[in-house]
Design a protein around this ligand. Structure first.
Ligand code: GDP
Length: 296
């Protein structure tokens, strides 16, 4: 299926190596653990997280007197699952406002379109607010996605006040009885202070205009940027309260272990993963499915 296909590069780089290692080793010893740790790090699981996984593995192997290397694989799956198994459902109370944040190029626009499509196919009425007014191209791209999905878009001209776009989005949401408002925001982390100000202002408008709304703030991260994506996430998380991660372009990387690293270091759940460029190439993240697809 799409998930397995999307993970094919990671399966080659990570899973195959793990399996070859386990086959090659006749007994479970420190050398095996060292090599396993290296495979984890090379798949972007991150040094700290990899060490933690290996420590836990060692302990369990010792405790359960495991000598079969295949049993180690099952324990590894379990360790990875335990880390990524955070509560990761998108809120299901409405009206719901989803703020989308993330630097340019990570796949924010595409993900907005895909999430709108997913919600719409679940019977929700969705409106998109083009509050990244910094680039005209961003507004145009978003409009193309809104047409493709078949949902309304609220936009102003380039350079307009993002909070004003959100204000109009909320009025439209009320008037048209929409369930979800997805808000695109500017992706300029290098002007962090401005970005924080902008997001705070948007927050104020939401709290004033529609205090009863549920809120999600989703950070979009490009999986192909590996540990850099994690650094970005940490910076964003200092600025705003991130409720979930959208991890894009998993299909384009052999280092899908970044999922584990993100969940472990940030303790923020991955809520969606992107596994391709098409409209239905976005999935709700399911930790069990993910581990199964990875190791199958
Ligand atoms: P933005 O600048 O963050 O809004 O990024 P865009 O949404 O314009 O996406 C940048 C590029 O990444 C586009 O070519 C998208 O088609 C591509 N893209 C987005 N998500 C995915 C994904 O999950 N997989 C792949 N392969 N490409 C993606």
């Amino acid at each position: 299926d799409r998930l397995k296909e999307g993970l094919s590069k990671t399966k080659k780089n990570f899973t195959e190596r793990v399996e070859n290692l386990l086959k090659a080793f006749k007994q479970v010893d420190d050398e095996l653990f060292d090599e396993l740790e290296e495979v984890l790090v090379l798949s972007d699981v991150g040094v700290k997280t990899s060490q933690k996984i290996i420590e836990n593995l060692k302990e369990k192997v010792k405790m359960n007197k495991i000598s079969d290397s295949q049993a180690v694989k099952e324990l590894l799956k379990e360790e990875m699952f335990n880390i990524i198994n955070l509560p990761n459902k998108l809120r299901e109370r409405y009206p719901l406002i989803i703020l989308m944040v993330g630097v340019n190029g990570v796949g924010k626009t595409t993900s907005i379109g895909k999430i709108a499509n997913l919600l719409k196919s679940n019977g929700k009425k969705v409106i998109i607010a083009a509050a990244d007014t910094f680039r005209a191209a961003a507004i145009d791209q978003l409009e193309i996605w809104a047409k493709r999905v078949g949902c309304d878009i609220i936009k102003h001209v380039e350079g307009a006040d993002p909070a004003a776009v959100v204000f109009d989005g909320i009025q439209a949401m009320r008037a048209r009885k929409a369930d979800v408002l997805i808000v695109d925001t500017a992706g300029r982390l290098h002007t962090k202070k401005n970005l924080i100000e902008e997001l705070r202002k948007i927050d104020r408008v939401i709290n004033q205009q529609i205090p009863e709304a549920e809120k999600e703030t989703l950070l979009v991260i490009d999986a192909t940027t590996g540990q850099n994506g994690l650094i970005q996430a940490k910076e964003f998380n200092q600025a705003v309260n991130i409720s979930g991660i959208v991890l894009t372009k998993l299909d384009g990387t052999a280092k899908g272990g970044i999922v584990v690293s993100i969940c472990d270091e940030l303790k923020i759940p991955v809520k969606f993963i992107g596994v391709g460029e098409k409209i239905d190439d976005l999935q709700e993240f399911d930790p069990k499915e993910f581990i199964d697809a990875l190791f199958e």
